[in-house]
Design a protein around this ligand. Structure first.
Ligand SMILES: Cc1ncc(COP(=O)(O)O)c(C=O)c1O
Length: 394
């Protein structure tokens, strides 16, 4: 409702934003890089008969090269997709089905119980198609180790999928070690790197990762674009059939502005990655220290290290989760789990041994490029006040 004449408009104080793992705003430099490609240069990169199409094709090729450079791979290894969900589906379904066709039977798959649903759900689909699936439970620190993977391997294990960084608790799995083991055994390794790319070093070949899924909107790029990075020659069946784009692996007209935006976002994210990472880690550690001092019942979910520098995930013991979330909502933007889990108790926190109530009374606090020390102090004060008010009501 508009204020009536003479009435002062109500000043709404914007909530403190600490939910940058759900998504990020588009970097203005990314918006600027995409700008000419909507209206001025609107060609279809598959139209090779005229200049408009050729210009678009050259721009896509340049963006592909720049993105590949950020990942230390060749441009031919990049397949553009609509995001990490599609990249995960293409990698897991596409590779497992291709191998099964070659062998004449499905095989065994290994992943983690703490993966994102964009990995767990395609794996469940493969189970319905006859594959056997082992989901490893990490320790209370959220991490798995080499011995766990080694013990789970079977003679027909064809594919292992382990995320680089967890979207809820931020822990970093020992990818290089797991990659070396998989390489030694001739088993393919896929990694959902949606939360890692642009935030931690991700030299795909050195990690021994055969397929990696990326997302634009987690690193200040546009939504609706991502990529699957493939080891040369890896067997992959497409999920769609059509115009043959992306080596026939992901047909469909390429979204030129989004592809240019993704390449720009990746370059910008890597340009100041170390410096940003140090700053955010300091702020994140201040947040954790401040919360520990303010709240006796607060516990950390997942190991503090190795962990994304901008992630904290806590449980406030003994507090009602629904009331905590609803009282915080107008003052602090954070998440009670992954943005995609739509209010269900987090399967990640449950796998770490948290009860349903504890998982409900948990907060994922994720920092972004614009986060300041004032935001951190403000968040500590708001959480303290809300938790105290809830404790006094009980
Ligand atoms: C680990 C992980 N994988 C996949 C996704 C899905 O990515 P996209 O939105 O690009 O499909 C997300 C987003 O929340 C994520 O955090």
């Amino acid at each position: 409702m508009l204020p009536s004449p003479g009435q002062q408009p109500i000043q709404r104080i914007a909530p403190i934003a600490l939910d940058f793992q759900a998504t990020t705003p588009c970097d203005p430099a990314v918006v600027a890089a995409m700008e000419p490609w909507w209206e001025l240069q609107w060609g279809n990169p598959s139209s090779r008969q005229h200049r408009l199409g050729l210009t678009a094709a050259a721009a896509v090729s340049d963006a592909r090269e720049r993105l590949a450079h950020c990942l230390e791979v060749d441009p031919e290894q990049v397949v553009f997709t609509s995001g990490a969900t599609e990249a995960n589906n293409l990698a897991l379904l596409g590779h497992a089905r291709a191998i099964a066709e070659r062998r004449g039977r499905p095989g065994h798959l290994i992943s983690l119980s703490t993966e994102h649903h964009a990995v767990l759900d395609p794996l469940q689909q493969l189970r319905r198609e006859g594959f056997r699936l082992t989901l490893l439970d990490p320790g209370a620190d959220g991490l798995i180790d080499l011995a766990q993977l080694e013990d789970a391997l079977q003679s027909d294990t064809v594919l292992v999928s382990v995320m680089a960084a967890n979207n809820e608790i931020g822990v970093l799995q020992p990818l290089a070690q797991l990659g070396a083991l998989c390489q030694e055994r001739g088993i393919s390794l896929h990694s959902d790197a949606a939360q890692a790319f642009g935030h931690i070093p991700l030299p795909i070949p050195a990690l021994g990762v055969d397929m990696a899924s990326l997302s634009g909107h987690k690193l200040y790029g546009p939504k609706g674009i991502g990529a699957l990075i493939l080891k040369p020659g890896i067997a992959l069946q497409p999920l769609q059939y059509g115009g043959g784009q992306e080596q026939g692996l992901r047909p469909g007209t390429l979204p030129v502005p989004l592809i240019i935006g993704l390449a720009k976002a990746a370059e910008s994210a890597l340009a100041d990655r170390e410096e940003r990472s140090d700053r955010l880690q300091r702020l994140r550690n201040q947040l954790w220290q401040g919360l520990q001092q303010a709240l006796p019942g607060v516990v950390l979910n997942g190991a503090l290290a190795p962990r994304l520098p901008h992630n904290l995930n806590i449980t406030v013991m003994g507090v009602n989760g629904n009331r905590l979330q609803s009282k915080l909502r107008s003052r602090l933007q954070c998440s009670s789990g992954s943005a995609c889990s739509a209010g269900r108790p987090s399967h990640v926190l449950r796998a770490l041994g948290r009860s349903q109530d504890e998982a409900g009374a948990s907060l994922r606090l994720s920092l972004g490029r614009t986060t300041t020390a004032a935001d951190i102090n403000g968040a500590i004060a708001v959480i303290k006040e809300v938790v105290n008010s809830l404790s006094n009501q009980d």
